[in-house]
Design a protein around this ligand. Structure first.
Ligand code: ADP
Ligand code: MG
Length: 294
């Protein structure tokens, strides 16, 4: 079997197994403690396709980084409010990111809530946010509104993760304009790459016109099932398309994620020993090793 022939590679450190992306699968060291906190690097989790693991990744990456003593702010930027719900945050009758977008004078700390996870704060969202695009369309510098909000709190965090909605509209452009980097989660399923060209084009436009330094921090393969040929083939095509921009950490498909979201907890707390929790911890270490996070 070809796969078994690829199982190990000689490196200066000895034999290292080959990971699903075809590169040596290394552990990544535990991130060193930080001397101080902030200013935050801001990362958008972005893909206009729904159901690819944006929210799941935002929640669990945020919790994993918080577990490594990074101060993390997760921004729910989807009117569905799935990030808020997945972290057990009630959004009925409370101020949300929508209030910050509409009123530039509003103090972000009126809206930020501490999650149950230590070091992890959240700017929640609810369905009100669906009206934001209409309200903001006539604003001056309408693409920079979220950026201005986050600038006021960035000093207090090491990393800010923005969970984008599944569209390339004004909210997503706001998220990209506010961000230093972007992570694109891709589901290892049929049509994973459909629409990605348009997403890359949007990021390029934002870089040209609004945010010259935005970088692609990585493409994250999610819902990978190594037992199916199909999943392996999709991942291979993703690696062909993005090369070393594909993060070495791959998130496997498991029912633990739906279970954890129902419980309102990140998987790193719900089932810390589970392979999926370990995968997100590893993703956090990889992003620190790549310099995407302090
Ligand atoms: N690795 C995974 N394995 C199995 N199910 C997953 C995985 N990641 C996410 N899910 C589930 O898939 C659905 C869509 O994931 P979600 O993170 O909400 O995607 P998005 O935010 O891109 O729409 C959710 O029900 C979630 O629990
Ligand atoms: Mg989502």
């Amino acid at each position: 079997m070809a796969a078994s022939a690829k199982r190990a590679a000689k490196t200066p450190e000895g034999e290292v197994p080959i990971g699903p992306t075809g590169r040596p699968y290394q552990g990544f060291a535990t991130p060193p403690a930080l001397d101080g906190h902030g200013p935050a690097r801001i990362i958008s989790l972005c893909n206009q396709k729904g159901g690819v693991g944006k929210t799941t990744t935002t929640i669990n990456l945020a919790a994993a980084l918080a577990g490594y003593d990074r101060k993390v702010l997760a921004v729910d930027f989807d009117p569905q409010g799935a990030l808020s719900a997945g972290l057990g945050i009630q959004t009925h009758d409370t101020p949300t990111v929508y209030d910050l977008l509409l009123d530039g004078k509003r103090d972000p700390y009126d809206v930020i809530v501490h999650s149950r996870v230590e070091n992890l704060d959240v700017i929640p969202a609810n369905i009100d946010l669906s009206a934001a695009e209409v309200h903001l369309v006539n604003e001056v510098a309408r693409e920079q509104i979220l950026s201005r909000v986050l600038r006021r709190v960035a000093a207090d965090y090491d990393v800010i993760l923005i969970d984008c909605q599944p569209s390339l509209g004004l909210l997503t452009v706001n998220a990209l304009t506010a961000s230093h980097g972007v992570i694109i989660p891709l589901e290892c399923e049929f049509f994973a790459l459909r629409g990605v060209a348009l997403l890359i084009e949007t990021i390029d436009k934002v870089r040209d016109r609004l945010n010259p330094t935005i970088t692609l921090d990585g493409v994250l393969a999610t819902m990978y099932d190594p037992r199916t040929l199909h999943s392996r083939e999709v991942l291979e095509r993703v690696v062909d398309a993005f090369g070393d921009d594909v993060l070495e950490t791959v998130i496997g498909r498991t029912v633990k994620f739906p279970d954890a979201s129902v419980s309102g907890m990140p998987i790193t707390e719900y089932a810390p020993e589970h392979a999926a929790a370990q995968a997100y911890l590893r993703l956090a270490r990889e992003l620190v090793a790549r310099g995407a996070v302090a």
